[in-house]
Design a protein around this ligand. Structure first.
Ligand SMILES: Cc1cc2nc3c(=O)[nH]c(=O)nc-3n(C[C@H](O)[C@H](O)[C@H](O)COP(=O)(O)OP(=O)(O)OC[C@H]3O[C@@H](n4cnc5c(N)ncnc54)[C@H](O)[C@@H]3O)c2cc1C
Length: 429
């Protein structure tokens, strides 16, 4: 069996970052990707908070080819009912200047760019290589099997994304809890750049992220619409259990979102260019699998590192940072000739100190707080009903705002329930 220092499963963001760091630190690295090239199998809405990538490539946005799309200056959250939208719309010019807070990205561009960095650092990419199983000696992972090929490694870094099929099969982590699994779909819609700028009121390379809550009513989850250079990224992440409970098909939910009068205006005349889907694990800190074991490390979405607060979706910056740390620790283990659990525990220790686990700790209550159907049906309805009453003028005496507020929630939710949910959401966020 051919032997390497570090073997990375998956050339997504976590895998490429891990391969880059380990190769830079002098390890002999193989990066195995099932797709024919990086970015062909990855699914992401595509809003990247830049700090993780800047850590490795401080001026990445100046590079040619440029791996990112638009600098996000406008953040909009809309609460929807079938015909209404109540939005919080935040523009910040500072987000459009270096070092840039967030960019929209297309993974078909970003992943090959990052994989090329790993290759330039000395890693050997192997594309079209699906890893079928982990090879083990007692409880230690000693390599991988792909088809009939077996490759050995001192450390295997599993960065295969949220399905984490290889490590679940190998017993490195349990099956995902269906209650905390989200189903995500994403479409890329082509539209001329000038049209995107006009529709979203953008200047030059500014971009918008629009996220929504409330469609389909009561189903836990939300939708997103991001502007790229000459495409839009549109999609949804919905909780699987909640979808089943409401008896709604995902395709119906997506169509309802696209046909919404507030959303439709942004999409008109666009061409559907891509359609993809994927699972996400939204169990948060309480459901993280063991992050390391003898001979292996888990990074990125394969380790369940994902956070959705409704305002921000974070998986890519977590993937980059966890991959970076995993690559560094794997190279140290190679140098020390010690892939034992006790040595690799420094991966979890460093991740604890990084923003990844600190953020998951801060938002540890989010899976339970957001598993509340009122947030996805009743509250958008109360909010839009209040605003409708406040703006609708027909010559009759308009009630005082306090009275309007009372009428908006009368018979729907008690003040106690409203107050309790609000308090819980504030505490979580
Ligand atoms: C609909 C949707 C919208 C999202 N929106 C955002 C967002 O706006 N912002 C954000 O930060 N995060 C977002 N996320 C989350 C984000 O996409 C993930 O957290 C991130 O992509 C994880 O990166 P990763 O490198 O760990 O895994 P992935 O990006 O999934 O990469 C895994 C790689 O491993 C490869 N692979 C899988 N199995 C094997 C195998 N057996 N052998 C070889 N290769 C294999 C895959 O082909 C892939 O290239 C979204 C997710 C979804 C589903």
């Amino acid at each position: 069996m051919e032997q390497f220092d570090v073997l990375v499963i998956g050339a997504g963001l976590a895998g490429c970052a891990a391969a880059y760091e380990a190769a830079r630190a002098g390890s002999q690295v193989v990066l195995a990707e099932r797709g024919s090239r990086p970015g062909t199998k990855t699914v992401s809405g595509g809003l990247l908070y830049t700090h993780g990538l800047r850590e490795m490539f401080p001026d990445f946005w100046k590079e040619e080819p440029c791996p990112v799309e638009r600098a996000i200056t406008r953040n909009v959250v809309s609460f929807l009912t079938p015909t209404q939208a109540a939005s919080l719309d935040f523009f910040d010019a500072a987000f459009g200047a270096p070092p840039f807070n967030a960019f929209s990205v297309l993974r078909s561009r970003l992943d090959p760019w990052l994989a090329a960095k790993a290759e330039a650092a000395g890693a050997t990419p192997v594309y079209g290589a699906k890893v079928d199983a982990l090879l083990k000696e007692k409880d230690r992972v000693i390599g991988i099997r792909s088809g009939t090929d077996e490759l050995g490694a001192t450390v295997v870094i599993d960065a295969e994304g949220a399905n984490a099929w290889t490590s679940r099969q190998g017993g490195q982590q349990p099956e995902a809890d269906p209650g905390t699994v989200g189903v995500g779909v994403k479409q890329v819609i082509g539209l001329p750049s000038g049209e995107i700028e006009r529709r979203f009121q953008l200047r030059g390379m500014e971009g918008t992220q629009l996220t929504t809550v409330g469609l389909p009513a009561g189903v836990e989850g939300g939708a997103f619409l991001y502007t790229n250079r000459d495409t839009l990224s549109l999609g949804m992440i919905l909780n699987m259990r909640s979808l089943v409970e409401h008896g709604i098909q995902f395709s119906e939910a997506l169509e309802e979102f696209k046909q919404h009068p507030w959303i439709q205006r942004f999409l008109e005349g666009g061409n559907l260019l891509e359609y993809s889907g994927c699972f996400v694990t939204e169990g948060g800190l309480g459901q993280l699998p063991p992050l390391y074991g003898p001979g292996y490390l888990l990074a990125g979405a394969a380790a369940g590192l994902f956070l959705n607060t409704g305002f921000t979706l974070r998986g890519m910056d977590f993937a980059l940072e966890s991959g970076r740390i995993a690559g560094r620790v794997a190279a140290e283990a190679v140098r020390a000739k010690d892939p034992s659990s006790s040595f690799l525990a420094r991966y979890a220790q460093q991740l604890e100190q990084s923003f990844v686990l600190r953020q998951l700790r801060t938002y540890r209550d989010y899976p339970t707080t957001f598993a509340n159907p009122r947030l996805y049906g009743l509250y958008p309805e109360i909010l839009t009903s209040l605003l409708h009453r406040a703006y609708f003028i027909d010559g009759s005496d308009r009630e005082h705002l306090r009275q309007l507020l009372k009428e908006s929630h009368r018979g729907k939710a008690s003040l106690l329930t409203l107050g309790r949910d609000l308090w819980k959401a504030m505490r979580t966020l």
